[in-house]
Design a protein around this ligand. Structure first.
Ligand code: KG4
Ligand code: ZN
Length: 359
């Protein structure tokens, strides 16, 4: 915590925070006043599509181009002048280091120029706290299943600033399982939303993929990935490794083209059951009944539906942030910044971003 003396709040009980998110390939800025998000601008980077994944160097450059207009637009949308801000929050970790550096440097410079406190936010805490943005909020303690491109976690949340990871993936994240499956099917990056789209027309019971048996509340998706790879190489006849796969590339391609919707629906069904079975276990073990979803994969329509239905069966109160607060966005950084502001949890100007960070 910083012991620097700031020219702090306007003194009228109003707390206005500007937040910046730049951990991966979205440049985003948001303004939050007294815990309400007034603006949330997100600039997506399309430059990566042709490469089948995020290219870190290109992401940093795009952040540099986007950050000033995005921050300007967020302040304008909110009708808030930079001079009347009470703090600047930013994503400090985890993420791509070059991308994080752009947001961090910008936030530090603004904090210095305005002489207002700087708040370092952990991206994964922010995904969880996106659930505190809407009017209808979970009560503490609650559990949150955070599913993104880089993480899959079950988090126990006892207060906005007391969070504990009680289960997580031991290999791939759920978003990676979607994106890597999409790649094997020949779909462009990021493939998660496309699998979601094709799955809507498919039969989820048509193909069976194995559910891994992982201890405690942890997840694994790498076995599923391998099983899908063999399944495609065998053109759907088996998902086991064979010395000679049953199909050549052309037959495998034909099988995919003719069965795309059913493959997507069946894979999605298995990813969802892996996630929700562990979430049910976590709820039973902790006795907690307020349960949230978070992260980019919570935009998945099949997961949202299955989560809500599971909640009804299990007697949970379920919460899912609005779509714009599920994928990477600065609104979630702003709400986390707000709760950290209330605890005067400020950071020094010497702070550095970190690609990986425990929390
Ligand atoms: O949270 P996020 O925006 O970025 C990270 O912090 O990783 O999550 C991105 C991930 C990607 O893997 C993307 O494919 C996945 O979220 N995703 C989806 C959907 N929308 C985004 N996965 C499945 N269905 C979707 N509708
Ligand atoms: Zn994220």
């Amino acid at each position: 915590m910083s012991d620097k003396v700031y020219n702090t709040t306007s003194g009228n009980g109003r707390i206005a925070i500007l937040a910046i998110e730049s951990s991966c390939d979205e440049t985003s800025a948001a303004v939050c006043v007294n815990g309400k998000i007034l603006s949330n601008r997100i600039a997506n980077q399309t430059v990566h599509e042709q490469f089948g994944g995020v290219v870190p160097e290109l992401a940093s450059r795009a952040h540099m181009q986007n950050i000033v207009p995005v921050v300007d637009a967020a302040l304008r949308d909110a009708g808030v002048e930079a001079e009347s801000l009470d703090a600047v929050a930013f994503t400090q970790a985890p993420g791509l280091i070059g991308s994080l550096l752009v947001g961090t440097q910008f936030a530090k410079s603004l904090s210095l120029a305005l002489n207002k406190p700087l708040i370092a936010v952990h991206h994964m805490q922010a995904h969880v706290l996106a659930n505190l943005i809407p009017e209808r909020k979970p009560s503490f303690p609650f559990l949150c299943l955070t599913v993104s491109g880089g993480h899959t976690q079950i988090v126990r949340c006892d207060s906005p600033t007391q969070l504990k990871v009680i289960g997580e993936t031991i290999d791939d994240a759920a978003g990676e399982a979607f994106d890597k499956t999409a790649k094997m099917l020949g779909l462009p990056y990021p493939g998660g939303p496309l699998i979601d789209k094709y799955a809507k027309e498919g039969n989820p019971k048509r193909f069976k993929f194995p559910e891994p048996q992982i201890p405690a509340l942890n997840f694994s998706f790498s076995g599923l990935k391998t099983s899908i790879l063999y399944f495609l190489k065998n053109a759907g006849t088996s998902n086991l490794y064979k010395e000679e796969f049953a199909a050549d590339d052309e037959t495998s391609r034909k099988f995919i083209d003719e069965n795309l919707a059913d493959i997507c629906a069946s894979v999605q069904e298995r990813i969802i059951s892996i996630l929700l079975n562990k979430l049910k276990k976590a709820a039973t073990e902790t006795g907690i009944t307020h349960i949230c979803l978070a992260g980019g994969v919570s935009a998945n329509s099949g997961l949202r539906k299955a989560f809500t239905e599971t909640g009804e069966k299990e007697g949970w109160q379920t919460f899912i942030p609005a779509f714009e607060y599920c994928t990477d966005n600065a609104g979630m950084i702003a709400i986390t910044g707000y709760y950290k502001f209330l605890e005067k949890d400020f950071t020094e100007l010497s702070v550095s971003p970190s690609a990986r960070a425990e929390w």
